[in-house]
Ligand binder design. Structure first.
Ligand code: GAR
Length: 226
């Protein structure tokens, strides 16, 4: 088996995605090690999850910096203190500068709670409900300088129910997030997924429509043919 990859995970909050990644690295589903967890929020719940798992943590508090550039420089220096293969944005709620993104491209991935390219940015679930959409979901993608605009590796989809609120919908989407984030990192760490010329390659073939988990099935091209 290839050497395990070293993963640095950036968080801003409770860290449920981080928790599922820790479990998948421990079980061996992901051939990787989380070597460092960094939060921009000192009170982020995910820091305790990392500490309980024996993973070193750092805080780079964005409120202490005068500019986005200064914050990103310190963040990047903090990441680069340790050898790092992949930077994983797991609920990291800061927009990163183009310079930072370019310095990691294509070795940085993000999870976003919508079926990209729909609803980049914030309030994704409310926007899907307000639009009368039949489905909502989440996407894991390689990060490019365009906000939530990089090539998508895998998605998860749920039905929007008539009585859904943004809170109930977010809860169901989150369950799928944990599955697809783990799957994306399993594929990357085993070499099945690479990003080449801004395209995702899975098993050597370019992904045109991302694979998608829907009703606990992996639809290879994301389309429900049933
Ligand atoms: C997740 O829903 C993730 O998709 C979202 O933040 C939440 C973090 O939850 N990320 C974004 O909105 C990024 N734009 P967690 O801290 O429990 O993993």
């Amino acid at each position: 088996m290839a050497d395990s990859l070293s993963l640095v995970v950036l968080i801003s909050g409770r860290g449920s995605n981080l928790g599922s990644l820790i479990a998948a690295c421990t079980s061996g589903q992901i051939n990787g090690r989380i070597t460092h967890v960094i939060s921009n929020v000192p009170t982020a719940g995910g820091l305790a999850l990392a500490e309980d798992a024996g993973i070193p943590t750092s805080v780079v508090d964005h409120t202490r910096f005068e500019s986005r550039e200064a914050f990103d420089q310190t963040l990047n220096a903090t990441i680069r203190k340790k050898p790092t293969d992949i930077v994983v944005l797991a609920g990291f709620m800061r927009i990163l500068t183009e310079q930072f993104v370019r310095s990691w491209q294509p070795r940085m991935i993000n999870i976003h709670p919508s079926l990209l390219p729909l609803y980049p940015g914030l309030n994704t679930h409310q926007r899907a409900i307000d639009n009368g959409d039949a489905h909502a979901g989440a996407s894991v993608h390689f990060v490019t300088p365009q906000l939530d605009g990089g090539p998508v590796i895998v998605q998860s989809r749920v039905d929007i129910e008539a009585n859904d609120t943004a809170v109930t919908l977010a809860r169901r989407v989150l369950t799928g997030e944990h599955v697809i984030f783990t799957l994306a990192l399993e594929w990357i760490c085993s070499g099945r997924v690479v990003c080449h010329n801004n395209s995702v390659m899975l098993d050597g073939n370019p992904i045109r429509t991302p694979p998608c988990i829907y009703r606990e099935q992996l639809l290879p091209d994301g389309i429900d043919h049933g």
